[in-house]
Design a binder for this molecule. Sequence first.
Ligand SMILES: Cc1cc2nc3c(=O)[nH]c(=O)nc-3n(C[C@H](O)[C@H](O)[C@H](O)COP(=O)(O)OP(=O)(O)OC[C@H]3O[C@@H](n4cnc5c(N)ncnc54)[C@H](O)[C@@H]3O)c2cc1C
Length: 471
Amino acid sequence: MSKKFKVVVAGAGPGGCIFARDLARTGIDVTVYEKGEYETMGHDWSDAVERKALSEVGLDVPEESTKNTGALVKKPGAKDNAGKIFEEHAYPDMEAWAPDYSCRKMIKFRYITTDRRALGKLLVDQARDAGAEIKFGHEVVDIVISGGSTLGNVTVCGVKVKNLATGEEAEVSADVVADDTGFKARLRTKLPTATGIADEFNRKEFANVHRTVRRRNKEVNDFFIDHYRYGYHTGYQWVQFLNDEEIDTGAGVRADPANPDPKDIVAEFISRHPSISDNVVRGGQGLCLVGRSPCSLVAGGFVTIGDAAGQTIPMTGCGAGGAMAGGKFAAEVVLRAAEEGKNDIAALWPYNWNWFVGSGRGANYAGLTALRNILQDLSHEDISFLFRKDIMNAEMLSASINGSFTIPDLQTMVQTLLRGISRPALLIKLNKATTLGTKILKHYREYPRAWDPVRFETWRAKAEDLFGKTQ
Ligand SMILES: Cc1cc2nc3c(=O)[nH]c(=O)nc-3n(C[C@H](O)[C@H](O)[C@H](O)COP(=O)(O)OP(=O)(O)OC[C@H]3O[C@@H](n4cnc5c(N)ncnc54)[C@H](O)[C@@H]3O)c2cc1C
């Protein structure tokens, strides 16, 4: 049965490649259409990627080191490309600084700095080696639909693909179509509106991020430690050593014309640190999704993965790990469906449940979205106050940056009240954020286990109502 089952993937990002690789390994017929080229996969810089996600998809991740300065992890010997994807720096702990530099905390940073070009190519190689066909220079321009227009009765049965070199278009049929086209969600947004999952992400759900990798000027004695400046201009600003020769620095702000250009924030930081030279090695700027997932990641014959599915950590916009995890979960479910010869929404539904509940990711990200929505407009002064009073403590910061929502216990609530007593308006805002975040987290943990249109509609309406209160 699985040999006859045909899967088409749009986009060869981390999510699409893992999905294609895992299905192709079982003998399923998988074709990936990617509008870009092999040489330009990923980003022209190194990203912080979740260690857990990298290990879960089978990559050999170097051990965490115990210190945080200088070159810590040697790139391990290359038994395959996996050995070449990590920067020397382990990045195990990190200092989080208040926006006004008045206070700093050591937090756990469960990421590893990963060369995104090398990772992008490695994942393509793995999918291809597993038997997936990867067609570069091909853009998926539409989906082919049969059935009705609601989530329960629509079926995606293929795609329209354009060969970008010749301009030729062709229709390709498939049992399952996967959208891994990034935050523009090119295929999901072509589903009928009545499905309730076809909306584009809105402008408020993006951060504008700039990063630059510079040669280190070793002549200058201007030592600083890796750090995140948390809450700076509605986002964050960071610096880290990549290795002995190179420094990576950048900033992200909520995408809003009222905010400064992150490039200027970075330029200002560099102007204060002469050890960061003008010699640019790599880098770039772009939008980073910090929005929430649609309420379902599946429809008949359809799954969505990665940024297209909102699988990014709301506090940081880190989405490479979420995309790989999403690709893995989706493949497990599509494989089971293929074994049963099914592709309807009920057969694909377990992917929703795994994402939102089983893995804990979706529920935690939803809770964090509430925090982000309510707290993102806090002033530098307010955030610095929360740092100094340890209301924003190391544990809470570690959890949120690593993608977990912490439900405050009674002791924490009392401490917060006592420490923040001089700022009642701030406390009220904080209380609203944690209360709604907790309610949303708990609501997501009750996500319907199986497809049931009536139960799902009730669940969805309550989720929308809760998120509405965070605006
Ligand atoms: C400046 C910046 C910094 C970032 N920093 C980090 C970080 O430190 N850590 C982290 O984890 N994440 C980071 N991210 C986010 C991360 O890049 C994404 O979350 C991640 O790449 C999403 O993976 P994906 O599988 O959704 O696919 P994507 O990487 O979004 O790739 C989508 C692919 O689909 C292709 N495509 C699009 N439309 C079509 C179509 N119609 N037909 C065919 N192909 C199509 C594209 O060419 C692309 O190759 C950053 C993003 C930016 C912009």
